[in-house]
Design a binder for this molecule. Structure first.
Ligand code: LLP
Length: 431
């Protein structure tokens, strides 16, 4: 099995955290997302321990909630000693409702409205990651109206192009995110920010992209950002306290993907940062990292019920499931690969090659093509692995399909993390 928390029991069924996948569906219904809490905790600890050991004093990993955002997850993240990165007023609201310590929350987004900014200040959110000059002006004004000095990082684009899907590459100069170092605008923005009375400039942020397997792009980004930190010090005598290097470490969705050693990567990054700081003659800033995918992706499995199995003579076979792009749009959007198992026959040879199709009214609603599973039959349970990141958080109600339930398993016990959406939920905003 791809992950150590997955196995097969005597009935030949897939087990998740020791629990029979078919029994879970019997109890909670289908489709069902099963999140293994211990695995979330293990992933958090890899970051927390490595950051403590290899990065400068005061460094901290923040969980990027865009990967998967619901109240119950934040208590786990907080108890493991991580902060949080949020990207919308809805995420601000959720993290606050979860009782998360708001001083450890960082607010992203390339277009925060005045209402968003006011909400975050009302919720006593710790630090804004300001995208540009317009936004800084608004934060400064709203902070003044509230009689506070607001902690801020500036989001900068270091001009790095990592090897990942174009839609999830974000650190290039030509980007909707941040302010560019290369064009000189970042330096102008620093000067402007330092002159604002209600802004407490703590440092800078960059995020180069997501699902990145190499360590070099992160080190390259650190080089450029620390050189900028040194230039800022030379120009304004201002010492940057915090450098946030974003998220992005890749995750193994299928056997052919590499398994990243996150701790080793952070060690390498730490050595790089130490060498840079010495070279540039600057005090090492506290480093923030913002992993999302690598905290939650491999903690979750989605279970579907197989419906129609159809072979088109001379062409191929379609296996239809009771979910699809509405709970996992990543194949439709990015052509992302997944490992798929017939959970009812997890001990049988996977020799039936098929296209796994969702139930939406469009041909692109697929979970994958050329997927080999053990002989599927109507009523079997199909497991799609590694669905913890950017699945539920990108889910929709297209075709008025209800979002699945999320059940959390821990040490053989289960509890509902997100209850299943109902038809009543679907019409609750309709007038
Ligand atoms: N920080 C910032 C500012 C980000 O924009 C992101 C992701 C992260 C942290 C977390 O990156 P991670 O560790 O998860 O790679 N929907 C796409 C992924 C979009 C990523 C957006 N930003 C997907 O399903 O692959």
């Amino acid at each position: 099995m791809l992950y150590s928390n997955l196995s097969t029991n005597e009935q030949g069924h897939l087990t998740i955290g020791g629990l029979d996948a078919l029994e879970l569906v019997k109890e909670y219904g289908s489709p069902l997302m099963v999140l293994d809490e211990n695995r979330v905790r293990e992933n958090c600890r890899i970051y927390v321990n490595a950051v403590k050991e290899y990065l400068p004093k005061g460094s901290m990993p923040l969980y990027a909630g865009k990967a998967f955002c619901f109240k119950g997850l934040y208590s786990i993240i907080d108890s493991e000693g991580m902060g949080a990165d949020v990207v919308s007023p809805g995420e601000v609201y959720t993290v606050s409702a979860a009782g998360f310590p708001m001083q450890n929350v960082y607010f992203h987004g390339n277009n925060k409205t005045d209402e968003d900014i006011a909400l975050a200040i009302e919720k006593k959110l710790g630090c804004f990651v300001a995208d540009n000059r317009d936004e800084l002006i608004s934060i400064d004004r709203i902070a003044r109206e509230n009689g506070i000095k607001q902690r801020v990082l500036l989001r900068l684009t270091p001009g790095i192009d990592p090897h990942t899907h174009a839609k999830i590459s974000t650190g290039k100069v030509d980007s909707k995110f941040g302010t560019a170092i290369e064009t000189g605008q970042a330096m102008e923005l620093v000067e402007f920010a330092l002159g604002l009375e209600n802004i407490n400039l703590e440092g800078f942020h960059c995020h180069i992209g997501s699902q990145i397997f190499e360590s070099d792009p992160f080190c390259d980004a650190a080089d450029i950002m620390l050189k900028f930190v040194a230039d800022v010090k030379a120009k304004f005598g201002y010492e940057v306290k915090v450098l946030n290097l974003g998220g992005g470490y890749g995750v193994r969705y299928v056997e052919s993907h590499p398994q990243i050693d996150i701790a080793a990567n952070i060690k390498k990054l730490g050595e790089h940062i130490a060498a840079d700081c010495e070279k540039f003659g600057i005090v090492a800033p506290a480093i923030l990292l913002e992993p999302g995918r690598s905290i939650v992706a491999d903690t979750c499995t989605t279970l579907y019920k197989i419906g129609n199995v159809k072979t088109i003579t001379g062409y191929k076979s379609y296996v239809s499931i009771d979910g699809g792009m509405t709970d996992n749009p990543r194949y439709a959007l990015y052509g992302s690969e997944y490992t798929v198992i017939n959970a009812t026959k997890a001990d049988k040879t996977a020799d039936f090659v098929c296209t796994v199709a969702g139930r939406c009214c469009e041909s692109g609603d697929l979970i994958g093509e050329d997927i080999a599973i053990a002989s599927p039959e109507r009523g079997d349970i199909l497991a799609v692995l590694t669905t913890g990141a950017y699945n539920y958080s990108m889910a929709s109600n297209y075709n008025r399909i209800c979002r699945p339930a999320v059940v959390i398993v821990k040490d053989g016990e289960t509890r509902v993390g997100i209850r299943r959406e109902t038809f009543e939920d679907l019409i609750k905003c309709d007038m």
